[in-house]
Design a protein around this ligand. Sequence first.
Ligand SMILES: CC(=O)N[C@H]1[C@@H](OP(=O)(O)OP(=O)(O)OC[C@H]2O[C@@H](n3ccc(=O)[nH]c3=O)[C@H](O)[C@@H]2O)O[C@H](CO)[C@@H](O)[C@@H]1O
Ligand SMILES: C=C(OP(=O)(O)O)C(=O)O
Length: 436
Amino acid sequence: MGTFSIEGGHQLQGEITPQGAKNEALQILCAVLLTDKKITISNIPDIVDVNKLIDLLENLGVKIQKKGKGTYVFQADDVDLEYLQSEQFKIDGRGLRGSIMIVGPLLARFGKGYIPKPGGDKIGRRRLDTHFEGFIKLGAKFRYNKEDHFYGVEADKLTGTYMLLDEASVTGTANIVMASVMAEGVTTIYNAACEPYLQQLCTMLNNMGAKIGGIGSNLLTIEGVTELGGCEHTMLPDMIEIGSWIGLAAMTKSELTIKNVNWDMLGLIPNVFRKLGITVEKKGDDIFIPAHKDGYEIQNFIDGSILTISDAPWPGFTPDLLSIILVVATQARGEVLIHQKMFESRLFFVDKLIDMGAKIILCDPHRATVIGHDFKSTLKATTMTSPDIRAGVSLLIAALSAKGTSTIHNIEQIDRGYEDIDTRLKAIGAKIVRVS
Ligand SMILES: CC(=O)N[C@H]1[C@@H](OP(=O)(O)OP(=O)(O)OC[C@H]2O[C@@H](n3ccc(=O)[nH]c3=O)[C@H](O)[C@@H]2O)O[C@H](CO)[C@@H](O)[C@@H]1O
Ligand SMILES: C=C(OP(=O)(O)O)C(=O)O
């Protein structure tokens, strides 16, 4: 189990460049299975989950050439479907959540796709019904082995159809889109997720020759084509990392410039931080956060009632930033209700923040009320364990603002999604050491 030791209470300063987006990378990498032609992808983040998926693709027979930092060429011209029956595949597939998205492309191109129950954060129930209901609608036969949680779909042919998804699942939509690009006829997906990750995936698929309309909306229309070709694609900067750095700057009263953030794709993210009273300035394509010497004050709603920040499918506020919002609120002036609607076990990490002195009432598994300290009392350093990727970074931010030296165990969770985080934080003045 890896550990960070963090000496808190230091102001940071400088520039930080976000990595390529983790959740986009996981979709895009799976899409290379849709063609036997070469696909060049740039700005791939060097993080554990993405590297695990690259290894899985390699084990599946995809040829992979590294061209430079973050740039790879993939060619799936000799896919080894036998690997899908192997014990190694069960281990690789379980290693991350994103592996689920190999199923759609495999079904589209080879008529069969399998996956063990995928991994990812343990943040509550994470069902896969939307994915498989979509494949079934396209004409696939579904089977599920309850004993070893192994899923499978097979089809001689996929046929386009209309489907109304039961929820706007992010990976579910990506999977169904990839399954339908080569189905016969037209597929219409309503209640589709439309995160920037999906917009990027659909744009890339169109560059490969697919015919997807409605990109960016919750109604996608896909005219099936017989084959797809190669393309070049560049990942967006990771909007969740960008939000993490905004929170980090505010909570440590640091002046920080976040470089090349691709403002147009950030949706509500800057505004939600502004509601906490944080100054988020647009400077060209950078975000500038001034040092909040006098703290930051949470806004109320117009009628004077307490602000609620909750998650919703895009273009709503992403659930992946609620833990960061919560930790940043612990030092704000004022109160806020955090309502995590999607996941059932993502707020339990607040116990650690309470141990550190934060004023938080966990109302139920989905809601927490935070009463900010306005920096009148600093958090106390402590020893903690990172339960999931975003809670891990939130605890890291808390530790960087706290008095004394904190220890965070299980930092593998953080490494899953944040590239070289200790080195990058040190470069802006953080006192953080990777102990093991
Ligand atoms: C690898 C990857 O891309 N992971 C992201 C992806 O996970 P993932 O695609 O696994 O998440 P889903 O979008 O399928 O759903 C997540 C959870 O939210 C619930 N749900 C979903 C949609 C909805 O309209 N209502 C609702 O309640 C689901 O039942 C599930 O419990 O999307 C999540 C939701 O943005 C993010 O937290 C994850 O970081
Ligand atoms: C929940 C997340 O990731 P995953 O879906 O890979 O567990 C996340 O990125 O916040």
